[in-house]
Every structure is written in structure tokens, then in C-alpha cells.
Design a protein around this ligand. Structure first.
Ligand code: PMP
Length: 456
């Protein structure tokens, strides 16, 4: 056997040993997951992760392994644990799918689990839909989006947010969801870290997990009015941290951060050269002062927008990202790989929708939200009144309250709402969406109250 063969034998053996240990580690993580489940604990635990992180840093020093390499490997292992422990995670989507299944079998369900306005898209959408065939929008197109549409979006953004952007800053995507996916998958690499302030829309975490990126959670609470602690953010940043996600107005809390706090966060972002992914799809539903991250004119920001909420066009799957031209290029390359281009007929329709005034939608959601807020107060739910968006995120002050069990039971009563667990470690919480007519919402809240009285 030559020397190189001997060494290759050795390296094979080490690799196999690592894999055997990985199997043993995953099995142990699974057992811990079962215990957490039994105890009603959430999957992620930043404190515990920090303990092991500190020990890994010490070990790296001891054995002479580069610390960054050690931490990247640890991030991989931590994500493996999260994956094996997250198999049964219930989110608003699971409830929505179960509700749809029950409806197919004839059950009447009031939908207060998803952020999907019940009203129709603007009339201009109907006209545009009838025009696309004759206009010849039937072929493959540019992966960044149609030139006319990107031009129209750039003017719209410039007018709406008061920050000059051009078509070179626009990437059209099938919903804001895909822009979020593109940003996380193209700008970050396996082992990198992304900071997510919870409670949060679950796709940020799931996208990161899908790409081998480690989520570092900043937990916020009702007690601190859903405002993240600046020191907490600073302490969470490591050399592997590459992005922070902001989502204001927030899903699920409706929170808009005070301007000063946002300034402080952006200062940290710039100082650490992070990307900031600011998901602003609720920008049309703001009920107090709010400013877009665009106003900071920061080159590493990714702002996502959508027609889903503002124009009640969820089913059309159309949104966009506002980013620096080099980021447009990077995201467009993956978009081209995944789907060639966004359907041009839909882009044309959205371009026409852009000409419509949507202030009535904002007014409708605002007054519907007021109904939910009033009824939730009467029921004694604990929550912070939303500054924007279309939800309340409420704590049910009941000992042993299990929101997954409750939201599943509530479906039998004919109402769908979202369990808090989908948005982070918020076991006693529920998210109630205000997208139905006021009368339906009143009826729904009545049923929720009744179910809360009857169920333990
Ligand atoms: N971001 C947030 C915060 C959301 O709540 C949602 C949908 N509920 C999306 C993005 C996805 O939007 P779209 O329909 O444009 O993909």
C-alpha cells in the first residue's frame, strides 16, 4: 500500500466515524425533541445553543482548529437537530390546509387564520386579464421581470416611499415569498448565520434551514411591546452573521418599531456589514408613522413588496424585491434556474393593478382589525394593539393553554385561527386575522369566546 493510499484509508475511516457519530447525535436530538414535545417546550433554545457554542470555541482553541470552521460545523449540527425535532410543526398553513379539507367535506369554516383579504382585486385587473391574450403576452420573458413593469414599479416605489429607485433596482418574483427565498439562498452560504426577530413569519427560518444557514433568534415579548433589545442583537452577532431580517409592520404582531430603535438597528447592521432583509409587504396597512428601510439608502438592503395584501391578489402570485443592481443579478440567476421567468400575463395584470387606488382596502382592513381588537379586549385576551398589518397576536391567559390543541379543536366549532408556535416559542399565543367582513369577524370572535370557555 502506498503512503497516499494509507492516508486515504485513514481519511475514509475518519469520515465514516463522523457519519456514525452524526447518526448517534441525530438520534439523541430526536429523543430530546420528544421530551421537549412532552414538556410543551419549543424546538429552538438560544441559551442552550450559546452554552454549546462557548464550549466549542474553547475546544477549538485547545485542539488548534480554526474557530470559524468549528462554528460553521456546529451550525450544521445544530440545524440537523432542529430538522429532526421539527417534524410535526404546526403553522397557520397547517391549520389552513386542515380547514380546507374540512370544507371539502361540507363543514362551514370562518377563516381567521390566514392573511388573505376576502375582497376582490381592483377592477383594472379584470380588464387586464381579458387583454393579455390579444396583447401577445404568451412567450418566455426576462428573468428579472418585464422591462415596462419594472419601470412602472420603480416609479411607484419612488413616489410611495420618497426614495429614488430605477428599474435596475427591481426584481419581479412570484410573490414576496419567492423574493425572500432568492435573497436567503443566493446571498448567504451554508454555515452563515441569519438573525430573525421573533415572533416571525415562519418562512424566514424555514428558508434558512433549507439552505443550511443557522438562524439566531432574538426573542421579543408583550412585556417589551415586541421591541428587540439592542444589546441582545449586538451580542448575537458573530463573524458568521451575514443578515438580519426585519418585518415591520410585523406579521403576526402588527408592530411597527419606533424610529429611534430602527435607527439603532440599522447602525449595527452597517457597522457589521450585514445584509438587511426588510419584508415590507404590509406597507399599505399602516395605522401610525412608518418608514421603509429604503429611506436608509443602504446598499446591502433587500426590501420585499407584494400585490398579495395591498391589491388582494394572493392567488396571482406576484411580488417584487427592491435591491442594488448586483443583487438583482444574483437573485435573477437563481430565478432563471428555478422558473425561467415570472408569468408575463400576470406581470401585465399587476402592472395595470398598480394604476388603481387601494386606499379603500386599507380602510376596510383597519376597521375590521378594530372589530377584532374590541372583541379580543372584551374577552380578556392579552395583546398589544397593532400599529399595522391585519392581525392580532394574543396571549391566552389560561393555565396549561395549548394553542395547537385549541386551534385544532376550534376547527370543529367552525373557526380557523393560527397557533402561536408557528411564529416561534409562543405556546400560549394565537394569531387572529382580520380579513373577513365585520359581521363574520364578530361571529368568529363569539365562537372563539365560547370555545375558550368550554375547552380547558
Ligand atoms: N411576508 C410576510 C410577512 C407574509 O405574511 C407573507 C404572506 N402571508 C408573505 C411574505 C408572502 O407574500 P406573497 O403572497 O407575496 O408571497
Amino acid at each position: 500500500m502506498s503512503d497516499i493510499d494509507k492516508l486515504r484509508d485513514k481519511i475514509d475511516k475518519i469520515t465514516f466515524d463522523i457519519l456514525k457519530l452524526l447518526k448517534e447525535r441525530n438520534d439523541t436530538a430526536m429523543e430530546i425533541g420528544n421530551l421537549k414535545n412532552h414538556l410543551g417546550l419549543g424546538v429552538t433554545n438560544e441559551q442552550r445553543e450559546n452554552q454549546i457554542r462557548t464550549k466549542v470555541i474553547a475546544l477549538c482553541k485547545d485542539i488548534g482548529l480554526d474557530e470559524k470552521t468549528g462554528l460553521v460545523a456546529l451550525n450544521f449540527l445544530l440545524n440537523e437537530s432542529i430538522k429532526v425535532q421539527s417534524t410535526n410543526k404546526q403553522t397557520h398553513l397547517s391549520v389552513f390546509l386542515k380547514a380546507k379539507e374540512m370544507e371539502r367535506k361540507g363543514k362551514k369554516i370562518i377563516h381567521m387564520e390566514v392573511g388573505e383579504p376576502d375582497f376582490f382585486p381592483p377592477k383594472s385587473v379584470k380588464t387586464a386579464l381579458s387583454e393579455v391574450y390579444d396583447m401577445g403576452y404568451t412567450k418566455y420573458g426576462e428573468s428579472k421581470g418585464m422591462a415596462d413593469f419594472r419601470e412602472a414599479l420603480a416609479s411607484h416605489v419612488t413616489k410611495k416611499f420618497g426614495v429614488k429607485v430605477g428599474p435596475q433596482n427591481i426584481l419581479v418574483s412570484p410573490g414576496a415569498r419567492f423574493s425572500v427565498f432568492l435573497a436567503i439562498s443566493t446571498l448567504l452560504s451554508p454555515g452563515n448565520e441569519i438573525i430573525v426577530i421573533e415572533p416571525a413569519w415562519p418562512a424566514y427560518r424555514d428558508n434558512a434551514l433549507n439552505s443550511g444557514i443557522k438562524v439566531r433568534t432574538i426573542h421579543t415579548s408583550i412585556e417589551t411591546r415586541w421591541e428587540p433589545d439592542i444589546e441582545d442583537i449586538k451580542n448575537t452577532i458573530t463573524p458568521n452573521t451575514k443578515m438580519i431580517v426585519l418585518n415591520y409592520p410585523n406579521n403576526p404582531t402588527g408592530k411597527i418599531l419606533p424610529e429611534k430603535l430602527l435607527d439603532q438597528i440599522m447602525e449595527i447592521v452597517k457597522k457589521n456589514d450585514l445584509y438587511v432583509l426588510s419584508d415590507e409587504i404590509y406597507a399599505s396597512y399602516v395605522y401610525k408613522t412608518w418608514k421603509s428601510i429604503l429611506s436608509y439608502e443602504y446598499a446591502k438592503s433587500i426590501v420585499t413588496q407584494s400585490f398579495s395584501k395591498s391589491h388582494a391578489m394572493t392567488g396571482f402570485r406576484i411580488g417584487y424585491a427592491i435591491v442594488a443592481p448586483d443583487i438583482v443579478d444574483r437573485m435573477a440567476r437563481l430565478q432563471a434556474l428555478a422558473l425561467t421567468n415570472v408569468s408575463e400575463p400576470i406581470q401585465y395584470v399587476a402592472m395595470k393593478a398598480l394604476e388603481s387606488d387601494t386606499t379603500d382596502n386599507t380602510k376596510a382592513i383597519k376597521s375590521r382589525l378594530e372589530v377584532v381588537v374590541r372583541r379580543a379586549r372584551e374577552m380578556g385576551l392579552e395583546f398589544i394593539e397593532p400599529d399595522g398589518a391585519m392581525y392580532i397576536f394574543a396571549h391566552v391567559r389560561k393555565p396549561q393553554f395549548d394553542s395547537i390543541e385549541f386551534t385544532n379543536k376550534l376547527l370543529d366549532y367552525g373557526v380557523a385561527i393560527a397557533p402561536g408556535e408557528g411564529f416561534g416559542n409562543y405556546q400560549g399565543f394565537v394569531r387572529i386575522s382580520a380579513c373577513q367582513p365585520e359581521e363574520t369577524l364578530n361571529q368568529g370572535m363569539q365562537i372563539i369566546e365560547e370555545a375558550m370557555r368550554k375547552e380547558k
